[in-house]
Design a protein around this ligand. Structure first.
Ligand code: AMP
Length: 586
């Protein structure tokens, strides 16, 4: 069976035609997400729409595919008419780039021309592309207004307007710009408004600008208390490009007895399977592109104990008879709370213990909160385990292996060797060396991994951004300050060109504890992802040290070191207080 056929049929039944479907299949999409299922048909039919959905639900394709459907069917375009067919308004430049890239990818088969338009980018370059002809403009409201004022953005033939993340745009002070942009478009246009929350002010915009809209909410039945399995639920915030490394380290720490890793697309499934096999795990892919014979082979290997883990899409996993699993990993946040509940239902069955671990990008943290809200269960956000955690864990397991071996007896043969060695060596040294050998023989997987940068959920920044509402004019200030609104940035200096502003941290360990500057540098580098050269002067006192770190990384360093151990001791770390300790004597 090849369910690729089925997924085609699925998207086709929503009104998407074959050229676009081929692209989706090539991207590894196996079926529409809930928001796509509900939003695509009315949008293809030309209806207005008010959708409540967060990032991570597949919302971009939900509005992009109908737009592309209309463009590809537009005969005048084929004759070379240079009209802009749709404009998508988004709150930030990052989102403008992401959405433009997604639309470009979806519309590749017929060469859809997409232009992201945001502040901080050369307006002349934008003008050149606009003059050549563009199908879809993805713009931040401020920059769109600049173009409208200059009469360089002709929206008079526009067919569709999308307001994406409308609540964020209002929070950022773009209400007037939105009004002005909408009034520059033809009144008969189609309007789709997406927002994570539908607050009264969103309703009032919808009432004013949407015509008899279809209302869509990714409505989920709340799981009844008894239906949800008892599962330890954890999420790790991690940047996309580091997910493979992070998953590897988490697998090493968790050491699951049996597990499945869920991905969104079959492309992702294949790539991740390769990565995991490259890292020494026995992983097999399961997705809709496999033949029945291939699936049977994988399942046989699983049953015979020849596999550490399965990597699967939701669709492919649905038909699998694999019983209880100790761990479920979500390589991405699932596209709906329902999908999350389905996935994690594979662990914690029949009163047994289970663990569900989700890797989330900072921009998906809203979706995590939606899932928590619907399942009425907490998903604990934790930092990705550090190399030190891993080392500690491995030492612990060596310790318990030695303990077990002592308990099981059967040591006579080896006791003789100890006696012989003890005549020339210290018994403590003999024991330590034997444990070292056992420890190393158990393998050293993962310790040499690249550092994984700590990333925090953007909740704090979002709140900060809300407080500092800005007007659209600030978008024209140098290098648009909008950057931090959506995504927390890794706590590292980016290009090493200018020395960043430094802050001094108080670390409650000094010379008396035998601490050396190298221990502090090592711990900070290991725990926080900073490199040694990012760390400034270190002053050592008897009972404490003062360490200079880049100001923008200070909080991440404090967080990373809190609870960590340096030379076997837990440390107290905070910013140096003005009334704090006197400088250590040189
Ligand atoms: P969005 O909510 O639009 O930011 O999309 C979140 C992620 O889901 C993106 O990485 C998309 O590539 C992916 N995605 C969107 N629709 C589907 C689908 N039908 N199947 C699998 N992945 C999808």
């Amino acid at each position: 069976m090849n369910s690729g056929e089925d997924s085609n049929a699925d998207f086709a039944s929503l009104g998407i035609s074959s050229a676009l479907i081929d692209t989706l299949t090539a991207l590894g999409y196996e079926e529409p997400t809930p928001i796509q299922r509900e939003a695509i048909p009315p949008l293809v039919a030309g209806r207005d729409l008010l959708g409540q959905a967060a990032t991570g639900t597949g919302k971009t394709a939900a509005f992009a595919l109908p737009i592309l459907e209309h463009i590809s069917a537009d005969a005048t375009r084929r004759l070379g008419a240079p009209h802009i067919s749709a404009i998508v308004l988004v709150p930030t430049r990052e989102l403008a780039m992401q959405v433009a890239e997604a639309i470009h990818r979806y519309g590749k088969s017929f060469g859809a021309r997409v232009l992201p338009v945001y502040g901080g980018q050369s307006i002349h370059q934008q003008l050149t592309v606009l003059r050549r002809g563009v199908d879809v403009v993805v713009a931040t409201p401020g920059r769109a207004m600049d173009h409208i004022r200059r009469k360089t953005l002709d929206l008079s033939h526009l067919r569709t307007v999308v307001l994406d993340e409308a609540d964020e745009m209002l929070d950022m002070g773009f209400a007037e710009d939105l009004e002005a942009i909408l009034s520059a478009t033809p009144p008969e246009r189609q309007t789709a408004l997406f927002s994570a929350t539908v607050a009264p002010r969103i309703r009032s915009i919808a009432k004013k600008h949407l015509k008899n809209p279809v209302n869509i909410q990714i409505e989920v039945e709340r799981a009844a208390a008894g239906e949800m399995p008892r599962v330890r639920q954890v999420a790790y915030m991690v940047q996309r490009q580091q997910k493979g490394a992070a998953l590897g380290r988490i697998l090493d720490i968790e050491n699951p007895a049996s597990s499945i890793v869920f991905c969104r697309t079959r492309t992702e499934v294949d790539e991740l399977t390769d990565t995991l096999n490259g890292r020494g795990y026995r992983a097999e892919a399961i997705h809709g592109g496999l033949s029945q014979e291939q699936r049977d082979r994988v399942m046989r290997r699983l049953r015979e104990g020849g596999l550490d883990l399965l990597v699967a899409t939701d669709v492919a996993a649905r038909g699998l008879d694999i019983g209880h699993l100790s761990h479920v990993f979500n390589f991405d946040v699932p596209s709906s709370p329902d999908a999350y509940v389905h996935r994690i239902g594979r662990t914690g069955r029949a009163g047994r213990e289970g663990t569900a671990i989700t890797l989330a990008e900072p921009r998906e943290s809203r979706m995590l909160r939606t899932i928590e809200h619907h399942t009425r269960q907490k998903i604990k956000i934790e930092p990705v385990p550090t190399v030190m955690d891993l080392r500690e864990r491995r030492l612990e397991s060596t310790k318990s292996a030695v303990r077990e071996a002592t308990a099981s007896g059967d040591l006579d043969m080896f006791r003789g060797i100890v006696e012989a060695l003890a005549s020339e060596l210290d018994v403590m040294d003999v024991a330590a060396a034997a444990i070292k050998l056992a420890h190393e023989a158990a393998g050293n997987r993962g310790e040499g991994d690249e550092d994984i940068l700590p990333v925090r959920a953007p909740a704090a920044e979002e709140a900060g951004a809300r407080k500092g509402k800005r007007s659209s004019t600030s978008e024209r200030s140098p290098k648009g300050a909008e950057k931090t609104h959506r995504q927390s940035t890794p706590a590292v200096k980016k290009d090493g060109k200018a020395r960043p502003r430094m802050t001094r941290l108080y670390v409650g360990l000094g010379r008396r504890a035998g601490t050396r500057p190298a221990d502090l540098v090592g711990a900070i580098a290991n725990e926080s992802g900073l490199s040694g050269k990012d760390i400034g002067t270190i002053e050592m006192g008897d009972g404490f040290s003062l360490v200079e770190v880049p100001e923008d990384a200070a909080d991440a360093v404090i967080e990373a070191l809190t609870g960590a151990k340096i030379r076997g001791q837990r440390v107290n770390v905070r910013r140096e207080r003005f009334d704090g300790p006197k400088r250590p004597k040189k």
